[in-house]
Design a binder for this molecule. Structure first.
Ligand code: NAI
Ligand code: MG
Length: 352
């Protein structure tokens, strides 16, 4: 089990350290860690936010545990040298097309949700977002027309095979949960969405045990706030998924709790190659102060054990330990508490 650990910038190293503490506490045999530079650290020492040696290390690993990138000192750099390019580069180079973002309400935190507690309590969903296609990667540009007006464009497109592979990911995920899948599109207006819907319906034939429904994205945004408990797995494209996953995750309460996996096609000995990271950034405002909540990164490590190493029981043990810590009142600053990063990491370990 080879893990490329890429702590990155700001609070990235602090939260990654605690996730490694938790992995260490599990005493998994055969675990080998490699550490690489990314982000501002990569730029400082190697002249690039995703140095070739880091990319190579990531390619040779079975999984990547990623902290966060971003540093205010890099704000004036050209776009391709900025720290944030590291994560975009990894996703693209390694074809990590399936972004999984679970949003689950932890018991005891309902009051922190933007939703009413009785509604927040129902949240237990998984967003499966396509990550390497759509309008973000289509032809784009700006120009000045003959009449002197400025114009900008970004082309939205999906190929059949791109939709098919992410649909399989989502159906398989639904089979491990409540066997319900909501595919979100805008098929009433967009041709891309019509193809999306047609392909999802074709793939559904292979999963007769999963109940499939389709929903327009505007309605999905409304329903996620109105009745989030109605969703199990939500499948959607890159643009809609970007927006809906932030929306869903914030219904849960804190950015310091939300984990993610970005999976590719490549199979490892016991699962799928993937990159695992908290959804938050490098939080320069609290970096270096030991104040960050490491739970999102710890939960990302649990996802890594599940998806890349087939260690479902160990993943559940970590998730249970985090849930119990929260129930026992272990709270970082993001949850209105005053516990530091290291203390939270140790509190989770004690409960393993
Ligand atoms: P951010 O997520 O870093 O921080 C937003 C707010 O949440 C801040 O007040 C921060 O202190 C707080 N926060 C975030 N994580 C926390 C944690 N674990 N515990 C407690 N509080 C936490 O987003 P922001 O400020 O917009 O971006 C900062 C930098 O991070 C930027 O350079 C941005 O580009 C980068 N970024 C990187 C990402 C990545 O590496 N995947 C994702 C998002 C942003
Ligand atoms: Mg986003």
């Amino acid at each position: 089990m080879k893990i490329a650990v890429l702590p990155g910038d700001g609070i990235g190293p602090e939260v990654t350290h605690e996730a490694l503490r938790v992995l260490d506490a599990l005493r998994l045999p055969g675990l080998t860690l490699f550490e690489g530079d990314v982000g501002a650290a990569g730029y400082r020492d190697h002249g690039h936010p995703l140095p070739p040696e880091t990319l190579q290390m990531a390619r040779e690993a079975d999984a990547i545990l990623f902290g966060a990138v971003g540093d205010p000192s890099c704000d004036d750099l050209e776009r391709h040298l900025r720290p944030e390019q590291a994560v975009l580069g990894l996703r693209k180079e390694l074809q990590l097309f399936a972004n999984l973002r679970p949003a689950t309400m932890f018991s005891g935190l309902e009051e922190l949700s933007g939703l009413r507690p009785e509604i927040a309590r129902q949240i237990d969903l998984l967003i499966v977002r396509e990550l390497t296609g759509d309008v973000y990667f289509g032809d784009k540009g700006t120009r000045t027309t003959d009449s002197g007006e400025r114009e900008g464009w970004d082309m939205m497109s999906y190929s059949e095979s791109e939709v098919r592979r992410i649909a399989h990911t989502a159906f398989r995920a639904a089979q491990t949960r409540q066997n319900r899948l909501t595919s979100v599109d805008k098929a009433n207006v967009l041709e891309t969405s019509q193809l999306w819907r047609d392909v999802v319906i074709e793939v559904a034939v292979e999963y007769p045990d999963v109940a499939l429904e389709h929903m327009y994205v505007d309605n999905a945004a409304m329903q996620l706030v109105k009745a989030p408990g109605a969703f199990d797995v939500v499948l959607t494209g890159n643009l809609f998924g970007d927006i809906l996953s932030d929306l869903a995750s914030m219904c849960v309460g804190s950015i310091g709790l939300l984990a993610s996996a970005s999976l590719g096609d490549r199979q490892t000995a016991h699962g799928t190659f993937g990159l695992y990271e908290p959804i938050h950034g490098s939080a320069p405002d609290i970096a270096g102060q030991g104040k960050a909540n490491p739970m999102a990164t710890i939960l990302s490590a649990a996802m890594m054990l599940r998806h890349s190493f087939g260690l479902e029981d160990e993943a559940k043990r970590i998730e249970d330990a985090v849930a119990r810590a929260l129930k026992n009142g272990i709270r970082g600053g993001d949850l209105g508490g005053d516990m530091g990063c290291e203390a939270i990491g140790k509190a989770v370990c004690e409960r393993l």
